[in-house]
Design a binder for this molecule. Sequence first.
Ligand code: SF4
Ligand code: SF4
Ligand code: SF4
Length: 257
Amino acid sequence: MAKSVLVDLTRCIGCRGCQIACKEWNERSVKKTEMYGNFTNPPELNSECFTHIRYIEQEKDGMPVWSFVKDQCLHCKNPACASVCPVEALKKTENGPVTYNFSRCIGCRYCLLACPFYIPKYEWEKTVPWVRKCTFCSDRIAADMTPACIKVCPSNTMFYGEYEDVLKEAENRITGNPGKYVKHIYGKDEAGGTSWLYISAMPFESLGFNMDIPAQKLPDLTWSYISKIPAVIGVVLTAGAISWVITRRNKNMDKEE
Ligand code: SF4
Ligand code: SF4
Ligand code: SF4
């Protein structure tokens, strides 16, 4: 059964416990940042930060309103990142997470371009770089544990369970609380559906969500486009293969040293 998460943005208090728990569980280091006039830190997801909270101040009925938006991979049901990967390094698993197999990746970075949510990041600064993104704590799910960010949240912002139950919970919260939420479950249809869903009191477009994502499964679109440019695929595969050989060689050299 596929696991899923509902992020109820009306509940988040912006404590960033999820951000810290994710870092700790996934053994991520810290990239130094500087003050830039916004509490969102780091300003964007990066290879060491799989989730962060965006701090957004708006006005509603003449009163200031703060929204705290948790970003991470949405674990699409039909992930565009996996569909363009020429070596199946990215894969949608039966229990929900879109996983990444380090040993398969050839470093072509197609996945970075394909993701409509701009999620995967590359370890540009490393000599042996990998693609990095939220894993949906697939190791914890496999061990029947709740993902770290959800487990630590003090305000129950995230509701975790089977997809059908999570979707029903989202619908019930919207219909059971007239006027509290906008009538939209973000991720129900976007990109053909995602495993992480959002509900909000504020319009999603005002919170920086991409509203131009079609409801159609993106791999269908991607492949109808890619099939028209086989020459490009050949070049990319060749470049990827060369990159893979170099990466392997470097890794072997590292091991030998
Ligand atoms: S959000 Fe992006 S990285 Fe995550 S599964 Fe979807 S396409 Fe892949
Ligand atoms: S599911 Fe796991 S990897 Fe993803 S944001 Fe939460 S703690 Fe991080
Ligand atoms: S731990 Fe929960 S309340 Fe705190 S920032 Fe994360 S989602 Fe929001």
